[in-house]
Design a protein around this ligand. Structure first.
Ligand code: GDP
Ligand code: ZN
Length: 293
């Protein structure tokens, strides 16, 4: 499924053909990226979605009622966009990285606006590289790094996330040729024009794979379900944890903690460790916090 506007959806078949459909049954909800079974009653008439197949990885966020809302399914890569202006808060990037780890998705960091004169590389980018995340310098304006970015996205189902103003829409427009036309034609075929600006849409990429454009999560770091997700969200901390004296070490005040030793010796970044503690505190105190920023 490539787009949803309430009960009206757009499906794509194995041959890449797109067509509108309805989600028939009450309580059945299909989201962007879902694989579904559908039927066409009679020869004509609209296709009806009858079943949503099990989801592998989902991206969700708490909605305004405090419930967790699934925005997209079966994506396998989260690309976090940051920029020198507005200067990205590295804690937010860490949160997105942790969310990607919790989802079981790959993650990469794109440092956009490299054309700006003040674009000296912020120190956290070296930390991300050191723990194994791909980090790309890019510019949606002068095209720097765009070939590397499309290679990174090729063959994956990815989503671009990051704070407002870092250039996600500009990158999307550069990566998905005709994105505005595609969105307009989706709205005509569903007759739901007014919803298109808020809908989550999956765009096929020229080199294979797809990019999910979700205005709902573009500026939103998703919540982690429970404090147990925080440690695996920081891969260098998770890697050191088996060497702690206690199997359930939280790496806070416990003795013989391999994580704290690694922070003291400089093997683990003190800033990333601080970020881990902050996220653990947030998750502990709030459960499923609605993190606005
Ligand atoms: P979004 O909120 O993340 O979708 O960001 P936008 O794509 O709307 O971009 C926000 C602002 O940054 C706009 O004024 C863009 O023109 C500008 N911008 C986006 N990409 C670049 C870039 O690579 N270099 C420069 N200098 N400005 C950019
Ligand atoms: Zn420990």
């Amino acid at each position: 499924m490539v787009a949803a506007f309430g009960q009206r959806v757009i499906l794509e078949d194995a041959a890449g053909q797109r067509f509108p459909a309805f989600v028939g049954r009450r309580g059945l909800r299909a989201v962007c990226g879902d694989r579904v079974r559908w039927q066409r009653p009679g020869d004509k008439g609209d296709a009806i979605v009858v079943e949503v197949l099990p989801r592998a990885r989902v991206l969700s966020r708490p909605n305004h009622r405090g419930r967790v809302e699934v925005l997209a399914a079966n994506l396998d890569q989260v690309v976090i966009v940051c920029a020198p202006e507005p200067r990205t808060d590295p804690f937010i990037t860490d949160r997105y990285l942790a969310a990607a780890e919790a989802m079981g998705a790959a993650a990469a960091v794109v440092s956009n606006k490299s054309d700006l004169p003040e674009a000296a590389e912020p120190p956290e980018l070296a930390e991300y590289r050191a723990v194994g995340y791909p980090v790309l310098a890019a510019s949606a304006h002068d095209g720097t790094g765009m070939a590397e970015l499309s290679a990174l996205l090729a063959g994956h189902t990815s989503i671009l996330v990051g704070q407002s103003g870092v250039g996600k829409s500009s990158l999307l427009n550069a990566l998905v040729p005709g994105i505005e036309l595609a969105t307009a034609s989706l709205s005509t075929s569903t007759g739901e024009g007014r919803h298109t600006t808020t809908a989550t849409v999956l765009h096929p990429l020229p080199r294979g794979g797809a990019l999910i454009d979700s205005p709902g999560v573009r500026d939103y770091a998703p919540a982690l379900d429970d404090p147990g997700c925080v440690e695996p969200g920081f891969r260098e901390i998770a890697a050191a944890a088996p060497h702690c004296r206690f199997a359930d070490c939280r790496h806070l005040r416990e003795p013989d903690c391999a994580v704290k030793e690694a922070v003291e010796s400089g093997t683990i970044s003190a800033r990333r460790y601080e970020s881990y503690r902050r996220l653990l505190r947030l998750t502990n105190t709030l459960g499923r916090p609605e993190w606005a920023h």
